[in-house]
Design a binder for this molecule. Sequence first.
Ligand code: FES
Length: 111
Amino acid sequence: MTTDSLFRLSNLAEGATVTIDFEGQAMEVPEGISVAAALLACGARDFRSSVVGDQPRAPYCMMGVCFECLVEIDGVPARQSCLIPVRGGMCIKRQSGAPALDIEDEGEGHE
Ligand code: FES
């Protein structure tokens, strides 16, 4: 059984590219594709770790259903990389476990 990615960008015409950063590594990717497609095409296989068991996870559905593709983009955790178009200068990091909740204390009387 092959462990090489079956994901290819061969059907994309030659065109503009943008540079993104994934875990400190610069990657030049085609403009206009999703973040998940860009990372897969560059060989990324470990997008996040599971909340239970800390197992490596990677995109599965590529259409916003499975949530296996969560990454941190420009400091914002839990972004669905299959739904977000890649943009030059993006800083992308693996999602490690569950993101911290940013819940502000609403004070008494809040319903
Ligand atoms: S790959 Fe399934 S939600 Fe992104």
